[in-house]
Design a binder for this molecule. Sequence first.
Ligand code: GDP
Ligand code: MN
Length: 386
Amino acid sequence: MKIHEYQAKQLFKAYNVPVPDGNVAFSVDEAKKTAADLGGFPVVVKAQIHAGGRGKGGGVKLAASMEEVETHAREILGMTLFTHQTGPEGRLVKKLLVEAGQKIKKELYLSLLVDRATASIVIMISQDGGMDIEEVAAKTPERIIKIHVDPLMGIQGYQLRQAGFALELPSAAMKLFSGLLLNLYKFFIANDCSMVEINPLILTSDDKVLALDAKVDFDSNALYRHRELMDLRDLDEENPLEVEASKYNLNYINLDGNVGNIVNGAGLAMATMDIIKNAGATPANFMDVGGGATSEQVENAFRIILADDKVKAILINIFGGILRCDNFAQGVVDAAKKTGINIPVVVRMEGTNVEKGKKILSDAKLNLTTAVDLFDAAQKIAAAVN
Ligand code: GDP
Ligand code: MN
């Protein structure tokens, strides 16, 4: 689960990770009030969306006076911001962060990630902060330094110093940076984060270090341990169909192709997306209805997929293990009758009670095409959309 920069900075503050003074604003008036409270200029007006690259997209502006705060706030609030992370549809800006402007001597990069390959927390640092870190990684990978922290040992003093030296910080800033990194690590562990990224971390003209930007992603599977964090979820930032699917425990991810697919089991769902691709079509979603899907879940799965205008045909790929094919078939028939499916549907079903399941489908006289195997299903669905 991602959160906004202003929320991440409030959490940072509680962990003594230094951030600029500032506050969230939902209107131009609130932005002006916050700017007045900051008691000086420049002030920075920042769009709050769950996507990076806001600066380049015109979503981060410096204001030298109250008039400029007003102009920038008016312009950014309600704008649709396009960045390399928003996708072509952009993102509507509904809130701002208004912050005290900083005098920047150097923009650095700092992030913490879970690294599954080494079962450690990896700290990534670079002197080339502020810009696209992906570009630094591609062109000058030696400019990114990685430090692996054993989660059982925790972060060690020598690792804090190693990071500070790698950033070539002046000695006056070394202690501040060590404290910041130590506290950030504590924050990361205590809240089951999967990623924390500060880009840029800045060295100010008076040799302080501050998190100028803040991106935090929590491990959603661990959120049950942090009820208080769930309040930070912003449904405006999520795909509405994905939000709807999460209400019914459907593992659904919206993609940009035109073949909707309903599958039981995440592995089979991945394989199904591959065979759709191989056959020359593209999946419109990932959908795992789970091993023991109920007919109600099947119905909701249909409804959600049909609500997606991109979907031109549906492929159902079911392996009856715990889930019995006859029960699933009944769910499909009920859903089809209720939702009125008016696009081609191809069904491939195998496993427990498959003959009974096939009979239920054929008796229902729905406009379904059955496939004999995965290959056949892929050919048929590709023919339906192409
Ligand atoms: P992003 O573009 O979404 O990553 O947003 P950031 O929060 O990283 O801001 C983008 C850029 O705006 C930074 O890299 C800085 O160069 C600039 N910026 C942000 N805040 C300040 C500030 O207080 N003072 C100055 N001079 N520049 C700032
Ligand atoms: Mn940034």
